[in-house]
Structure formats: C-alpha cells, structure tokens
Design a protein around this ligand. Structure first.
Ligand SMILES: [Mn+2]
Length: 343
C-alpha cells in the first residue's frame, strides 16, 4: 500500500486529530493545515488546528484561521482524549516546530506530509514528495484519493499554498497538468486574483517603508553574481515594522540581470539573524543552509546565526563565495569534459 492510501486508512480509523506545521508559518503551511482541517470535517472527524504565534495579516483572509488555537488554548481545552494522531504538514523535522514539538513527543501516532528534500522521516507514516510544488498539492491529492468533494474553503487554501510556495508560479514551470489542478481549484470556488493580491500586493505601509530601506542597502557582487540585503533592528524600529513585513523582500535580489543567488539578513533579535536564501537557474542553496544548520528547498532555504552584522556577513559571504567558486569549477569541468567528448 502506498503512503497516500495508508494515510487515508489512518484518517478513516481515527476520530481526533491535531494539525500542526512549522514555526514562522507561511502560506503553504497555513493552506495545508486549513485544507486538511476542512477535509477532516467533511469526513465527520474532530480536528484541532494548533499554531505557534500569530497568522500574518496578509494570510488572514484564509478560511479556517479563526479556528487556529495557540498551544496554551489547546491545552486548556477540556478534552476527553490524549493527544492521539498528530498530522504534521510542510515541516522537514520536529526541530522546526518550535513550541509545537512537544505535541509530537506526546503523540500516539504521527502523520508526516511534506515536500522538503531534507525531511527526516520522523513520522509513523511519511509521505514526502520533494518534486511537489507545495504541500497543499499533496493535500489536494489526498482529498482526491479519498473521493471527498473539494469545497470552497478547501479550494482557497489549497490554491493559496500553491501560489505562495511557487512565487505566483514563477519558480515552477506551470505545465498543463499543474494548470489543470489550478483550474479544478478555481471551479471549486477559489479566486486566483484574490489570492495573488493578498499574497503579493497586500502590504501595510510599514512593510513598504522597510522594503525601501532594504533596497537602499542592496549590495551586488558582480564577480560571484549574488545579492545581499540586510535589515537590522534599527531598520525595523525606524519603519515600525515586524519580521512578517520582510515577506518577499529577498526576491528583489534576483531581479538583477545575471544574479544567481540572493541573501537577506534579518536581525530578528539583538545580534541574532535569520538568513533567507533564494536562487534562480541551476544553483542549489540548500547546501549553504545546511552548512549553517538550516534547511529548506533547493531554491529557497534559510538558517539562523548569532553575531554582529559585520562578522555574520563576513562569515556567511565567505562560504557563499567558496560555494559559488566550487560550483563554477564543477560547471567548467563539465564543459571541458563535454568539449572533450564532442571533439
Ligand atoms: Mn511548502
């Protein structure tokens, strides 16, 4: 039996579910959680959405967000059962769950559905498909396989995950089979224009001011073809901005013709930086993230690092240059070899 069928059998068999996703939640994490919640409701099950932190304001339009419980609210519920089945979505390993990790420790059974290539297979059932454009795409397949009709609440969430994780279908080839899934979700009640607007253009003034500062700081290394943007605590303070206001800023580094990698340093606490990495073309940024103890995808990854800005930048950029020099050597080597073969 494949994992998809196994999951459906487990869902049929059990009655109570806890649904969680990674900390610093994004559109795919939320979309997967909410769509799974409405799917389980449709199956007549009891499900709880448990979160760590607030839902960013530009994702508040997603149906289901009002059902989200904080961990403390969840524990204060008078529930007649222990933490039974925990469904973990869009999360490569329990360490990325933050405070929610303890739900995994208490779980009798863990269902792990994800598309991160560095997933650690921490569940009792692990359905991990690195080629999948989003985790909501997997939830979509699950709902289809179960023969449950997709209602508008599910459709909006499923499409939102797909749209946000692919940068509005810019980081993935929108082929006819994927377009058919999009069409199916639209005919089930999702509006692509609405999702696009909230995900990419619905930004408060503080976020736009922060974007302005970020672009002013942008540095481009012509030799190695990467961009660097940093945002310090001072930048956040001056703009009255929060970490959620950095959404999408790292992508601007890739606008420069020839840029292969973009880095964003966010000082989220004094001398603690969260670093976002993006790439386009053939470059894989996951090894850089792994080098610093982080994770993610080949074209979108991240990690955390302590220190003051100049030291942190020096250390990280040193590794980035080394990595790019190596990967260029490899490319040149391949070209030489292939020339050799051709002549
Ligand atoms: Mn995802």
């Amino acid at each position: 039996m494949d994992e998809k069928r196994e999951i459906i059998e487990a869902l049929k068999l059990c009655h109570h579910f806890v649904i969680i996703s990674h900390q610093n939640i994004d559109g795919d994490g939320l979309g997967s959680m909410f769509a799974t919640f409405f799917f389980l409701k449709e199956m007549g099950k009891e499900a709880f959405l448990v979160g760590d932190g607030v839902v960013p304001y530009f994702y508040q339009f997603l149906p289901g967000k009002e059902k989200m419980l904080d961990l403390r609210d969840f524990y204060s519920l008078d529930f007649p059962w222990e933490v039974g089945v925990v469904i973990v979505l869009d999360c490569s390993h329990p360490g990325r769950l933050g405070r929610l990790e303890e739900l995994c420790d208490r779980a009798a059974f863990i269902i792990n559905v994800d598309h991160h290539p560095d997933n650690t297979y921490f569940g009792d059932i692990n359905w991990v498909v690195p080629d999948s454009p989003s985790s909501t795409f997997l939830v979509y397949e699950l709902i289809k396989e179960a023969g449950v009709e997709i209602n508008p609440e599910m459709a909006v969430n499923l499409l939102a995950g797909l749209v946000t994780d692919t940068g509005g279908f810019q980081f993935v080839e929108l082929d006819s089979s994927l377009l058919q899934v999009v069409a199916d979700l639209i005919s089930s009640g999702a509006s692509l224009a609405e999702i696009m607007r909230y995900a990419f253009r619905f930004r408060r003034l503080e976020a736009l001011k922060l974007l302005g500062r970020a672009l002013n700081h942008l540095f481009y290394d012509e030799d190695y073809r990467f961009s660097v943007i940093h945002l310090t605590q001072e930048d956040f303070k001056i703009c009255g901005a929060q970490e959620e206001d950095t959404e999408g800023i790292v992508d601007y580094g890739l606008y420069i013709p020839g840029a292969e990698i973009s880095l964003l340093f966010k000082e989220v606490n004094n001398n603690y930086f969260r670093v976002s990495l993006r790439s386009q073309g053939e470059k894989d940024v996951l090894p850089i993230a792994h080098h610093f103890g982080g994770g993610g995808h080949r074209k979108a990854a991240g990690f955390g690092i302590k220190g003051d800005l100049s030291h942190v930048e020096e250390e990280v950029l040193g590794i980035v240059r080394k990595f790019l020099a190596n990967s260029r050597l490899v490319t040149e080597e391949t070209r030489k070899n292939s020339d050799g073969w051709n002549t």
